[in-house]
Design a protein around this ligand. Structure first.
Ligand SMILES: C[S@@+](CC[C@H](N)C(=O)[O-])C[C@H]1O[C@@H](n2cnc3c(N)ncnc32)[C@H](O)[C@@H]1O
Length: 358
């Protein structure tokens, strides 16, 4: 193992900087697999190999988290993602996962995958909760979750692995995927179209959700693969004008325009269908879900979703605003917290009736 690792390090050091970044995850992956085979000999646990998944792949550069304004941020490719990666944020992402399951009638995906999808890639996997649920649902699949932050648990289903990598860099996977999944990447990545193009190269059908789009790609690669993107329209909507001139409206204007100025894709949802077609996909289908914020809806389904959304927003307003406004807008922390507090009050109010679309 030491010999192979040394060869990899040697290969790495002979590369130019850009190449170093992109082969990084490959090296981590190989190391993890090597470590896995050692650990399997040592333990009866079905989780033995996954326990090691990060033990060799985490280097100090990946773990040297940045601390700022009371929050923790990713280290690998420092500064490119502006939400925190601490426990508070991990809890929020798991709340969002539950909310999305409610929205989707407890489906993890809507692509017609059949009974035995094999290779699956989850882009920007976050806490890895979707990847782990998927791995549990299809024990014969091999699921890879990739993220800038190694914040996923170490005890995971034996068919799930996590890699630290930048999905906006060229992908180096050497085999196509049966399913590529990306969820809630709004305000996370800059070149969403490029990520879709890379998915195109690695699969043979696509389905996204709002936008949800599906398509049969008869040319290229093995038939039967699918792609599903689940992402946000961050435009603030209200059917009765109650969001007008609120702190919530002000927050959305200030924060999302700051993300847009910094070059992030802030509202990918409504554009996914077009981006998929532009990437070369055909027969694209899209689906849109209404997502209220708050407990105000009378309908039970929407009230449940609105309640989950309010719960995640309790910490989400700060998570989204802190780095973008302080780093890019020069806002003092106190002013950001004031903006967040006022916005939270509006979100809790039953007389303000906001919603977004997924
Ligand atoms: C809002 S979270 C969504 C997490 C997960 N997809 C989910 O739905 O629970 C966005 C995630 O994308 C990751 N991310 C952002 N930019 C990335 C990049 N360039 N490469 C890999 N991951 C990235 C972040 O670290 C974060 O975990």
């Amino acid at each position: 193992m030491a010999e192979v690792a040394a060869t990899l390090v040697q290969q790495l050091s002979s590369l130019e900087f850009d190449d170093k970044v992109s082969i990084y995850s490959l090296m981590l992956s190989r190391n993890s697999q090597l470590m896995a085979s050692f650990q399997v000999q040592d333990t009866d646990s079905a989780y033995g190999d996954e326990v090691s998944a990060y033990s060799t792949s985490l280097t100090s550069s990946v773990l040297s988290y940045q601390f700022e304004n009371g929050r923790r941020y990713h280290a690998f490719r420092n500064g490119i993602y502006l939400f925190p990666n601490d426990e508070v944020e991990a809890d929020r992402l798991d709340l969002m996962h539950e909310m999305t399951l409610v929205i989707m009638n407890r489906k993890l995906f809507i692509a017609p995958l059949g009974d035995s999808p094999q290779r699956v890639l989850d882009l920007g996997t976050g806490t890895g909760i979707w990847a782990m649920d998927f791995g549990d649902l299809f024990p014969s699949s091999e699921v890879i979750g990739v993220d800038l932050s190694p914040i996923q648990p170490s005890l995971v289903p034996p068919n799930v692995k996590f890699l630290v990598d930048d999905i906006e860099e060229p992908w180096l996977y050497n085999a196509p995927f049966d399913f590529v999944h990306g969820r809630s990447l709004a305000c996370s990545i800059k070149d969403y179209k490029k990520v879709i193009r890379q998915s195109y190269e690695l699969s043979s059908r696509t389905l996204t959700r709002k936008e949800t789009a599906q398509q049969n790609l008869s040319r290229n690669v093995a038939p039967g693969g699918w792609v599903e993107f689940q992402d946000w329209d961050m435009q603030l909507y209200s059917e009765d004008g109650t969001t007008s001139q609120t702190s919530l409206e002000n927050y959305c204007d200030v924060v999302f325009s700051a993300f847009a100025r910094a070059g992030y894709s802030t509202s990918p949802g409504p554009q996914l269908e077009r981006w998929l077609r532009e990437a070369g996909f055909e027969d694209v289908h899209a689906q849109r879900y209404k997502v209220p914020l708050g407990v105000w809806p009378k309908n039970k389904y929407f009230k449940t979703i609105g309640s989950w959304n309010l719960l995640q927003a309790e910490t989400g307003f700060e998570a989204a605003a802190m780095a973008i406004l302080s780093r890019n807008g020069g806002w003092p922390k106190g002013d950001i917290l004031d903006l967040v507090d006022e916005t939270r009050i509006d979100a809790r109010s039953s007389s303000i009736h906001p919603f977004f679309y997924l």
